[in-house]
Design a protein around this ligand. Structure first.
Ligand SMILES: Cc1ncc(COP(=O)(O)O)c(C=O)c1O
Length: 364
């Protein structure tokens, strides 16, 4: 066993949402609804599907390591230089790539105590000390995070909107934060859910690149959510040209597979699918708020495609009782948020199944 780094043993492995197939096997249920991983319930973008079918014929070839077509297209859509853009095997990979680029001995990264867990896992694997700052009203507390910055701090990770709480930091809060953070600390804005955001005071971080501005910022986004391509794994990073240059050297040579590249390219043209996905989330989210209020379930208003709720039940108990009825949600026990849970917005039918299942639970 002493082959293995000691600190790896202390890392808790990432716990994904329970897969539908697993529930089918374990409970013998047929009609199962998964509202546990913030996926797009409408399926993949239809244009992406067509592109994947066409790309199947070239699977004997290695993919283009540079994501040439995808990069050219997305840079145009975003209005930024291609040199500010790179792709990853999901934004998950890019979190790890960032950490590898900035890795230093005796260094730390700062994030919040209840956020996307990959910052902490990746940080620890790469040897960083992790400083977690409590959320304030379930929202990233940027002033409190600033206070924890020291000469040892290499990066701050901000999920905006935050997973699992669905809250966001405003343009004003970000502007204040960026004015005060030292230039040698990288600020990572993980905007995996930004396409779902309707709120007018959400920060326009991309503008910072159009103006050629700040060098110590990285933005992460993904094709997993609004484009419905979670299974193909494509994410992207927008950052300063020299940072992207370093990150390109660190990543695996063929990190984004050819089907994923073709699908992402086609999905960018599928404006109808994006619109439909956004509308579904907007409409259903409102209905879910009403239904939760009626059931006496506390919830936090969300800027994303999921809702953070609190019940009188222990989160694992709620998870199990819903699972028995064929509904998979995300329990929050890994955050020790024992009465909280996270539910993804599904189709109308899926959401109704969740609501009916909740109605069957006693002492909710
Ligand atoms: C905040 C946040 N960042 C990143 C990811 C990972 O996205 P990807 O599928 O692109 O790896 C998720 C996925 O749930 C997320 O919630």
């Amino acid at each position: 066993m002493n082959l293995i780094r000691e600190d790896i043993n202390d890392i808790e492995a990432y716990k994904p949402g329970k897969p539908i197939e697993e529930v089918r096997r374990e409970l013998g249920l047929n009609n199962i609804v998964k509202l546990a991983s913030n996926e797009n319930p409408l399926g993949p973008s239809p244009r992406a599907l067509t592109a994947v079918k066409k790309a199947l014929r070239t699977l004997n070839r290695y993919p283009e390591g540079s994501c040439f077509n995808l990069k050219r297209k997305l840079a145009k859509v975003l209005g930024i230089h291609e040199g500010n853009l790179m792709f990853g095997n999901g934004s998950d990979e890019l979190i790890d790539v960032i950490l590898k680029v900035i890795k230093a001995p005796d260094a730390d990264i700062i994030t919040s105590d209840a956020t996307f867990v990959e910052y902490k896992i990746g940080g620890r694997v790469n040897g960083f000390r992790i400083i977690t700052v409590p959320l304030k009203d379930f929202t990233f507390d940027l002033p409190a995070m600033l206070e924890r910055v020291t000469p040892k701090t290499k990066a701050v990770f901000i999920a905006n909107p935050n997973n699992p709480t669905g809250t966001y930091v405003t343009a004003a809060a970000v502007s204040d934060f960026l004015a005060r953070i030292p230039e040698n600390v990288l600020v990572v804005f993980d905007e995996a859910y930004f396409e779902f955001v309707d709120e007018k005071d959400f920060p326009r971080t991309l503008e910072l690149f159009r103006k050629g501005g700040r060098r110590n910022i990285a933005i992460l986004r993904t094709f997993s959510k609004i484009y419905g391509l979670a299974g193909l794994r494509v994410g992207y990073m927008i950052a300063a040209e020299d940072f992207i240059g370093a990150a390109e050297r660190v990543r695996q040579p063929f990190n984004v597979n050819s089907l994923a590249q073709a699908a992402a390219c086609a999905a960018l043209d599928d404006r109808a699918f994006v619109r439909k996905s956004r509308q579904l989330v907007r409409r259903e989210k409102r209905l879910m708020y009403k239904a939760f209020a009626k059931l006496g379930i506390w919830f936090k208003k969300s800027a994303a495609n999921f809702i953070f709720i609190r019940t009188n039940k222990d989160t694992q108990e709620l998870f199990t009782e819903l699972l028995r009825q064929g509904v998979i949600i995300r329990d929050m026990s890994s955050f020790r948020l024992n009465r909280y849970s996270r539910v993804t917005i599904g189709t109308k039918k899926e959401n109704l199944k969740l609501l009916n299942a909740l109605k069957n639970i006693k002492r909710l």
